[in-house]
Design a protein around this ligand. Structure first.
Ligand code: ZN
Length: 317
């Protein structure tokens, strides 16, 4: 191995090591798009109630300070709601929060995994962000689906929001709900591809390297970032206006197990397909693959926003 090759291989490794937060799901951009779409569809009384709960988040004053002061109050409220959807990822960068569970926090251990105590909970609960539905293209033994997971946690949040629990707990669960509805519409949040080479699975494409981007990335991150990476809610609003409208029949389907199956099916039909297929190293994505990824992501975000609005309009008390 010559020195030049060695150093470029080192740079690639370094770039892959510094990819932040594997399994973080739609970048903030996608999460804000889901929440923004939902907010526009909320009934006025539900919107007001959601605004009250968002205000109770410990990051509220920081979010408020980040917004332009000359915005209209209603626009500020929408952007604060959008920022709230990014909170379960944002705490991963806050040292007062700690990973819990097994496997660097990505597997529940049954000890802290089902806590629902609100903001005094300083665990990251990273395993709430996804559902590891197993799949093997080479007939390797499938692993059971760990619980709790994104699907079971959405059920917990929905039942809190529909109950007469204290507002502080509702606020915590609302933030998680806004985030997780987005997560489970990212196809790679609902699959674990198990192969002879990776018998524990690829963690939703987090073990599949893509060398087509600068710097190189992971399949999971490629899909997370396909819509955009801007962090300012004001930059997400023009994008929302370009999204296809979700079918109202699909938007009325609030059964989360069905959403997970849809995402899983999309992984088989649109994610783990040529040139990714069963490889865990992809040199070049084709224009057709990239075009399809963008199309799928736009549809999923649109549907997630419509479903989130329906949940809140029907259930938030
Ligand atoms: Zn997430």
């Amino acid at each position: 191995m010559n020195k030049r090759f060695r150093s470029s291989a080192f740079l690639v490794m370094l770039a892959l090591l510094v990819v932040p937060n594997p399994v973080c799901a739609w970048d903030d951009f996608g999460h804000m798009a889901v929440a923004g779409l939902a907010y526009k569809r909320l009934q006025p009384s539900v919107r007001k109630r959601a605004d009250q709960l968002v205000q109770l988040n410990p990051s509220y004053s920081t979010w408020l300070a980040s917004l332009r002061s000359d915005l209209k109050q209603e626009d500020k409220n929408m952007m604060l709601f959008m920022l709230a959807a990014t909170w379960p990822d944002a705490i991963k960068g806050d040292t007062t929060y700690k990973p819990d569970g097994l496997d660097k926090g990505y597997r529940p251990d049954g000890i802290t995994s089902s806590l629902n105590i609100g903001y005094s909970d300083k665990f990251l609960h990273k395993y709430w962000h996804f559902v590891d539905l197993p799949f093997s293209p080479d007939q390797t033994k499938l692993l059971p689906v760990p619980t709790p997971n994104g699907e079971s946690e959405i059920a917990v949040c929905r039942s809190t929001l529909a109950s007469d629990s204290p507002d502080l707990l509702k606020s915590y669960d609302l933030n998680w709900l806004l985030h997780l509805v987005g997560d489970l519409h990212q196809p790679l949040h609902c699959i674990n591809r198990i192969t002879k080479g990776l018998p524990d699975g690829d963690s939703g494409g987090n073990a599949v390297k893509i060398y087509d981007t600068e710097p190189p990335t992971l399949l999971h991150s490629y899909w997370d970032e396909v819509l955009g990476t801007e962090r300012d809610p004001a930059s997400v609003l023009p994008f929302i206006a370009t999204l296809p409208k979700a079918s109202s029949k699909q938007a009325k389907n609030l059964q989360v197990s069905k959403w997970v199956k849809e995402s899983f099916a999309l992984c088989l039909s649109k994610v783990y397909v040529t040139p990714v297929a069963i490889s865990d190293r992809v040199e070049k994505l084709t224009p057709a693959y990239k075009k399809n990824a963008l199309k799928v992501a736009r549809r999923r975000v649109s549907l997630a926003g419509a479903r989130l609005a329906n949940i809140l309009n029907n259930e938030l008390r």
